[in-house]
Design a protein around this ligand. Structure first.
Ligand code: CA
Length: 227
């Protein structure tokens, strides 16, 4: 599980990184709000740890922007102990929980775990994009009511795209998500998207899998039919 830490104070970020890595998570650190937004757009995270006082784009704006982009990753705000109005503002901006600084590390890890659990429970079991239905419990896929048979890899790829409906996933993000590594770049992703596209879109007037040239791929209904 990958966690994004948006924190401008290097010593704090380093401590958080070390602790979370020790707890078994992969950690990316962004040192300002704009970089945090970039990271969150190109990578899928389980949880985002968000400082509020940040250079370039502050934490509240980061939070609002993520939610406006329909990125629903749980957000844990890191706030000053006595800053109640800050916390309220953060929760209103779409954060899920907060942790006052300075914090106890075991509490931070416990809260991260709780957010991950909660998120898993709340995830809808059936993802629908236009007439495409993905039952994530049984891994059964239908398009316009007809079952679509996919290989395991194609299914994982489809689920990754569908879980990020409307967002563009870079080849690197897909590679990491579906192949569990981002080191070996090749045309593997393109080939598999091609195969998936044949099964999902061929024979249908409405295409759901879109290529975003130079960036990656996106699964979405045509404009104007966004669910
Ligand atoms: Ca700060």
């Amino acid at each position: 599980m990958r966690i994004l830490v948006i924190e401008d104070e290097a010593p704090i970020a380093a401590v958080i990184r070390r602790g979370l890595e020790r707890a078994g998570y992969t950690v990316d650190v962004a040192t300002d709000g704009a970089m945090g937004l970039e990271r969150a757009a190109e990578q899928v995270y389980g949880v985002i740890l968000l400082d509020l006082m940040l250079p370039r784009v502050d934490g509240w704006t980061v939070c609002e922007t993520l939610r406006a982009r329909r990125i629903s990753t749980p957000i844990l705000m890191l706030t000053a102990r006595d800053a109640v109005p800050d916390r309220v503002k953060g929760l209103e901006a779409g954060a899920d929980d907060y942790l006052p600084k300075p914090f106890d590390f075991t509490e931070l890890v416990a809260r991260v775990r709780a957010l991950l659990r909660r998120d898993k429970l709340h995830k809808t079991r059936v993802i629908r994009v236009a007439d495409l239905e993905i039952d994530t419990d049984s891994a059964r896929v239908t398009r316009a009511g007809e079952e679509v048979r996919l290989t395991r890899r194609e299914y994982t790829l489809l689920e990754a795209l569908a879980a990020n409906e409307g967002r563009v996933l870079s080849r690197e993000a897909i590679q990491e998500r579906v192949w569990m590594d981002s080191e070996s770049f090749s045309n593997t992703v393109d080939v598999h998207v091609g195969l998936l596209r044949k099964k999902i879109d061929a024979g249908h007037a409405v295409k759901l899998i879109h290529t975003v040239h130079g960036v990656g791929y996106s699964l979405r209904p045509p404009d104007g039919e966004r669910s």
